[in-house]
Design a protein around this ligand. Sequence first.
Ligand SMILES: Nc1ncnc2c1ncn2[C@@H]1O[C@H](COP(=O)(O)OP(=O)(O)OP(=O)(O)O)[C@@H](O)[C@H]1O
Ligand SMILES: [Mg+2]
Length: 271
Amino acid sequence: MSETTVDPKQYIIKDEPYYEAIDSEIELYESAYAVRMPMMIKGPTGCGKSRFVEHMAWKLGKPLISVACNEDMTASDLVGRFLLDKDGTKWQDGPLTTAARIGAICYLDEIVEARQDTTVVIHPLTDHRRELPLDKKGELIKAHPDFQLVISYNPGYQSLMKDLKQSTKQRFGGMDFDYPEADLEVQIVTKESGVDQATAEKLVQIAHRARNLKGHGLDEGISTRLLVYAGQLIASGVDAQAACSMTMITPLTDDPDMRDTLNAAVQTFLG
Ligand SMILES: Nc1ncnc2c1ncn2[C@@H]1O[C@H](COP(=O)(O)OP(=O)(O)OP(=O)(O)O)[C@@H](O)[C@H]1O
Ligand SMILES: [Mg+2]
């Protein structure tokens, strides 16, 4: 039986991921990391959660292993499994196991999508034990001192059927994220997309209109991510209205009335 080893360096982020602080989240996260508190990052899609975690991993100089969770994911996908190859059986660590061994920050994106029997594997890692039993392999891993678990969570589309158990939730410290306030969002869109500031201001104004429609026909408002997309297209020469329609309307809704409303907002600011 053989094992593969991983080089932590491959998970180190070399270049600073651009991140504008909204509040004191950088300092708060540093304090949480200092005591290795597992963290839950809450907020709507495209508001900067992943970027924040990438920035923090870079700032702390720790490897980052990210996993996009989904409902088909099993505990083995996180922890690892035996593989058969021409030389026989080989154990392959899953991303959570690798992170615990090398002392990485493990970011489980949209953990609520995973089934509960998958979610419970993180329990022993997220309390005083800081250990991960590999039942199939008969090994008990003590997490590396630098290991930290971070999960993301979008409170918007959580239903009662699909939520984390209290016994999972109460293993984490939490941070609320939201779209940045207007001035900061203009700065982010300008910097990330290369569009001029005046146009970025208009895009942000349109987004503010649309965000007021959340719960009144829209499930989610226009995210910062979509504003960056719109800015990128405009900066590359695409007509502003076509760019907005492609990035800020079409992906959001199929409802013809809602599309009209959003188109009218685009017209108002960019027409
Ligand atoms: N504070 C910020 N500083 C810099 N860029 C930001 C910030 N907030 C958002 N962005 C921009 O918005 C984009 C989307 O952010 P990100 O991918 O982190 O969203 P997310 O919250 O992880 O969304 P999802 O829940 O869909 O995964 C980033 O690629 C970046 O361009
Ligand atoms: Mg993300």
